[in-house]
Design a binder for this molecule. Structure first.
Ligand SMILES: [Zn+2]
Length: 405
């Protein structure tokens, strides 16, 4: 093997030393670049397999490095975490024969094989689809596809706990005297942070774009300025009333997933630019921020929902006045009442007085989880269920406006 490799390397070296692409036409110069990339990928695959062997055989004991990954990182000039990922990939490859074949044929970059192996190991049935995606899609689209598979393969509670457990925010001054930040959050926390920065980012980007093409700051610099502006704004607002621009979170989800309450493989519920989240998490984010949900039905946009869970103080006062006890006929419970959207927010129910009511904990539970429902007839609430036909917004609106006359 060494003799063959030495042969190839010396030929390669001779080629590079005498490299001159100036005589190539346009088509050939594209072809040349593609071939060289394939060569690079083949080398990466061979390196991964060699790395696994030096780890398994404890050959790295003969070096003065702390671990196989430390040796590989120092020798290859990459990061230790990257080499840890490559060692994990090499361990997974025997269980993923299609991926193994593609990697050895020079079809996969290191970045792609890391994502692919970690996703396909959790859900082996996804391997074929992800390989096709690796070939056709951009790195970004491919990563999103792998993230969806990993997301679907673990339970919502596991994911949330893991992300929550790993949360951190660190800062330090580097050797050039720059302030550095690194952080990790749950996706819904990330979505809220990015949504809070967004209005400031737009202001900074507008200012920057007025300076013309040359004066325009790169996207990362704009985002950094926006974070600083947000921090300054929060400090100067002081009274907690935050008069700043409202934060908007965008969610993309499949109609079926929204109606079911969770996703099945192949369905999407995600915050673009952040990653997949569960339908429950999406609903849970309806806290203080505005949320706009783009509901997909296949490739069509079925609906764009803007939802806000916040009930304005005046509406709340009117609701307390109107519903002095649980609205379910015969209940009469007056303490610890909960506010409910009659037509739920995730089905497009608005935060308006006619779509709100107060329920005791027990009736709220029956309505939310057991399929009981409220209707309005002749100025009174009716309690139906379980699995009763849903009350419509028109029905509510008409009955309340008739009662007001
Ligand atoms: Zn009740």
């Amino acid at each position: 093997m060494f003799e063959r490799l030495e042969n190839i390397l010396s030929q390669l070296q001779a080629l590079v030393e005498g490299f001159d692409a100036s005589g190539l036409d346009r088509a050939r110069s594209l072809e040349l670049y593609e071939s060289l990339c394939r060569g690079e990928r083949l080398m990466h695959a061979a390196k991964a397999l060699a790395g696994q062997h030096l780890a398994d055989s404890n050959a790295w004991y003969d070096t003065d490095h702390r671990s196989p990954a430390h040796f590989m990182a120092a020798t290859a000039g990459t990061t230790i975490s990257h080499q840890c990922h490559m060692l994990e990939v090499a361990d997974l490859l025997p269980k993923l024969p299609e991926t193994d074949r593609a990697f050895r044929s020079g079809a996969l970059t290191e970045d792609k094989v890391i994502d692919l192996a970690s996703a396909a190991a959790l859900d082996p049935e996804s391997e074929e689809g992800l390989l096709a995606l690796a070939e056709a899609a951009s790195l970004e689209e491919f990563r999103a596809g792998c993230a969806r598979v990993r997301h679907a393969a673990s339970s919502e509670a596991e994911r949330h706990q893991r992300a929550h457990r790993r949360r951190y925010l660190r800062h330090w001054i580097n050797i050039d005297g720059e302030f550095r930040l690194s952080a990790s959050f749950t996706p819904e926390a990330g979505a809220q942070i990015m949504a809070a920065i967004e209005p400031y980012r737009q202001k900074v980007a507008d200012r920057s774009s007025r300076k013309g093409r040359k004066g325009r700051a790169p996207a990362g610099a704009v985002l950094a300025d926006a974070l600083l502006e947000m921090a300054r704004h929060d400090r100067t607002a002081g009274d907690g009333s935050n008069p700043g621009p409202r934060a908007m979170i965008h969610v993309r989800m499949d109609y079926q997933a929204m109606m079911r309450g969770y996703t099945v493989p192949g369905e999407i519920c995600e915050v673009p630019g952040v990653g997949p989240i569960s339908v429950a998490e999406a609903n849970g984010m309806l806290g203080d921020a505005l949320v706009s949900a783009v509901v997909m039905d296949g490739t069509d946009i079925r609906n764009v929902i803007r939802m806000g869970r916040v009930i304005p103080a005046r509406m709340e006062a009117a609701l307390l006045e109107r519903d002095q006890c649980c609205v379910v006929p015969g209940c009469g419970q007056r303490h610890g009442l909960e506010k409910d959207h009659v037509v739920p927010i995730h089905e497009g129910g608005p935060t308006t007085l006619y779509n709100l009511c107060r329920l005791c904990g027990w009736h709220h539970y029956l309505k939310t989880h057991i399929g009981y429902g409220l209707r309005r007839r002749l100025g009174h609430w009716l309690w139906d269920g379980p699995w009763a036909e849903q009350c419509t917004l028109e029905e509510l609106q008409q009955d309340f406006s008739a009662a007001a006359r």
